[in-house]
Design a binder for this molecule. Structure first.
Ligand SMILES: [Zn+2]
Ligand SMILES: [Zn+2]
Length: 305
């Protein structure tokens, strides 16, 4: 089952020629999510072929570089005749701000936009996964988002069931779905005898803008992919603290503490637009796993464990 990340914008605060403002497309099976939607996101979606069939937008916070793109994008969807509802999630002041922003135009949307204000710890059920908001540490109310896939049932071994004398047919299905069965001769065959333990789902964690913090480390425990704020390099440590962002090195430390498998650095200050190799180097000193600096258009396929 597909789980693909497409980086639509990787620049902090202001766009450059090669980097747009924050947005990440997450395609999981039939659903498409956006995490943040900076100005110009809809054009990036066309450029990188994500499709416009977005089911939900998850905002990390409401600094302008993370949400202004939603106004134009939703207008375009309306013009294209979208009919299905669109869910929009975000921390305070999601309701007040999005209400004003989205519904004060003279045109009405052709579809329903449902605004949900969330707090850290809230888990939103989606098809086969949950999106969990976790606490982050920024200058304004903020959350990170963790996509947690449901466990998959363990592998079924029909040959073992066969060897235990289970007749082919509906009893196979019962065993496969966790039920024990009693055979004609009175013997009981347990599901656990023929089905392996459940397999863990994938875990993708997006920090949004934040200082390194406990919330991200907990959320990213054993994550397949951690996408982390990496606005600055070592040279701007003081600036990172003042503006409540992270350095690449700090992102590397968070990934190591969490035991994440793969770290992707994003939200780069414009001064690192092309000089991003230094960020990778500084993070590398702290984190030994797979590591890369995101670029607009970069995609990551997250394999099943
Ligand atoms: Zn930002
Ligand atoms: Zn911010």
């Amino acid at each position: 089952m597909m789980l693909r990340l497409t980086f639509l914008g990787t620049s902090a605060a202001a766009p450059t020629i090669s980097r747009n403002l924050s947005a990440l497309a997450v395609r999981r099976d039939r659903e498409l999510f956006l995490v943040d939607c900076g100005e110009g996101t809809q054009r990036q979606m066309i450029r990188y072929g994500t499709g416009f069939d977005v089911d939900a937008i998850f905002f990390t916070h409401f600094h302008a570089d993370h949400y202004l793109g939603a106004i134009g994008f939703l207008r375009t969807l309306s013009m294209l005749g979208r009919e299905g509802p669109l869910d929009v999630y975000g921390p305070r002041p999601a309701r007040r701000l999005l209400d004003v922003m989205l519904f004060t135009g003279t045109e009405r949307f052709a579809f329903e936009v449902r605004i949900h204000e969330v707090a850290p710890g809230d888990a939103i059920r989606r098809d086969g996964c949950a999106m969990v908001a976790f606490e982050t540490d920024h200058r304004t109310p903020s959350v990170g988002w963790a996509l947690l896939e449901d466990e998959r049932p363990g592998r079924f071994h029909p040959d073992r069931a066969d060897a235990l004398g289970v007749p082919k047919g509906p009893l196979f299905g019962t065993l496969q779905h966790g039920g024990d069965v009693t055979l004609a001769d009175g013997r009981v065959v347990r599901s656990a005898d023929v089905v392996e333990g459940p397999r863990r789902g994938r875990r993708v964690v997006v920090s949004g803008d934040t200082r390194p913090c406990r919330g991200t480390i907990e959320a990213a425990r054993g994550a397949d992919v951690l996408v982390h704020d990496s606005t600055f390099g070592d040279a701007e440590q003081a600036r990172a603290e003042e503006t409540m962002h992270s350095t690449a090195r700090e992102a590397g430390r968070v990934a190591t503490e969490a035991g994440a498998g793969r770290l992707v650095l994003t939200h780069l200050s414009t001064r690192y637009d092309r000089e991003f190799a230094i960020l990778a180097e500084e993070a590398r000193a702290e984190f030994a796993g797979a590591l890369e600096v995101a670029a607009d258009g970069m995609t990551i396929e997250v394999p099943l464990p």
